[in-house]
Write a protein that binds this ligand. Structure first.
Ligand code: NAD
Ligand code: TDX
Length: 339
């Protein structure tokens, strides 16, 4: 009888985590999702899940009274909630500081008070970027050097977790994962933006030259790793999660999407680059693989992404009602930035 509190469980990765938990992890008897339902959160992401198993509470992780009561009543808190989009953080950093820093602080205080198990979800972006010709990868001991307001607030939240582990001995683990893709990802993000552009008859948009490298991972592989950390991870430890796709650049990804959607490989346009654009992320997940036995399931011989992208394209094609209503607004915002 183990209960989970999942913050941000109506967002992209959180909703996939809740779905995977219901389908594959009967050891978790009940899941409460705490989600503010910002523009990025969507109650429909949890549609079809049994009410007996999943409860959605609309609320803010910065609400200390609410968070205290929920943390107290659950065995484990898994913390996905965040403002997550770099481009938005360049336009308006305040919500990033508020949710990512204050929200994480509020959760940590509740976890400390009630002596509960906590897992913090974070990103490779806290380490900054590598040069394109740098063969190194980020590890659990890489120094923090975030570039954007988003990554700076995620780095700050990681530091809070580290400090609460060291100073107060809370029962916490952390993971830093690379770029995710898959169903239910907001169409402001690179891969779903291009898929829905093509489905809507618009031209896919590549920032700058497209040489930037992201170490893409399918969201289910990320969430498998989170489950392993919950069941076998060592308290106090951090785990790097990455699927070894650090040889694929944005240009190759957009070309593969065009090809898989029956367009010429070059049927996209170059648009304004992102200010301060990180060049290369690469993750060394040796610790997770050797100590906990994790391996990604979405792998294939060429880019490592073909199978996952095919599945993701099918999902957006089959779920047009899910994204169609937001497409015009998302594109209007990008158009103002020349993107
Ligand atoms: P997302 O933007 O799709 O979802 C975030 C969710 O958090 C939304 O449902 C939103 O409503 C909710 N939320 C935002 N502010 C809140 C608040 N104050 N209180 C309660 N809920 C709030 O993000 P995502 O891509 O699913 O990312 C989830 C987590 O994973 C984040 O912590 C992010 O930093 C991390 N991460 C993401 C990626 C990626 O590629 N998307 C990679 C590594 C790590
Ligand atoms: O239209 C686009 N064209 C384009 O070339 C968009 C939206 C993006 N890009 C580029 C920018 C990046 O190099 O694609 C790459 C991926 O962009 P995003 O999807 O915005 O992701 P990124 O900024 O790399 O951050 C993501 O991964 C790490 C998540 O949004 C973060 O939450 C996570 O921490």
């Amino acid at each position: 009888m183990t209960s989970l509190l999942v913050t941000g469980g109506a967002g992209f990765i959180g909703a996939n985590f809740v779905r995977q938990t219901v389908e594959q992890h009967p050891e978790y008897t009940h899941i409460t999702v705490l989600d503010k339902l910002t523009y990025a959160g969507n109650a429909d992401n949890l549609k079809g899940l049994p009410d007996s198993k999943v409860t959605l509470i609309e609320g803010d992780i910065c609400d200390a009274e609410l968070v205290d009561a929920l943390v107290k009543d659950h065995d484990i808190t898994v913390h996905f909630a965040a403002e997550s989009h770099n481009d938005n953080s360049l336009n308006d950093p305040f919500p990033f500081v508020h949710t990512n820093l204050i929200g994480t602080f509020v959760l940590l205080e509740a976890v400390r008070k009630h002596n509960k198990r906590f897992h913090h979800i974070s990103t490779d972006e806290v380490f900054g970027d590598l040069e394109l010709d740098d063969p190194n990868r980020f590890t659990e001991t890489t120094a923090y050097k975030p570039s954007s307001p988003y990554s700076a607030t995620k780095a700050g939240s990681d530091h809070l977790v580290h400090a609460w582990i060291r100073s107060f001995g809370i029962q916490a683990t952390m993971s830093n994962c690379s770029n995710n893709y898959g169903p239910y990802q907001h169409i402001e993000k690179f891969i779903p933006r291009q898929i829905t552009n093509i489905l809507a008859g618009l031209t896919p948009k590549l920032y700058g030259t497209g040489e930037q490298v992201r170490d893409w991972i399918h969201v289910d592989d990320h969430n498998d790793a989170v489950h392993l950390i919950l069941s076998k991870g060592k308290i106090g430890e951090t785990y790097i999660i990455g699927a070894d796709n650090d040889h694929v650049n944005n240009k190759q990804v957009i070309e593969l999407i065009c090809e898989l959607m029956d367009l010429d490989a070059n049927a996209y346009e170059h648009v304004a680059d992102r200010p301060g654009h990180d060049m290369r992320y690469a993750m060394d997940s040796t610790k997770l693989r050797t100590e906990l036995g994790w391996a990604p399931k979405y792998t294939d011989v060429d880019s490592g992404m073909r199978k996952g992208l095919e599945q993701t394209i099918d999902w957006y094609r089959d779920n047009e009602a899910w994204w169609r209503g937001t497409k015009d607004n998302v594109e209007a915002t990008y158009a103002k930035q020349g993107q």
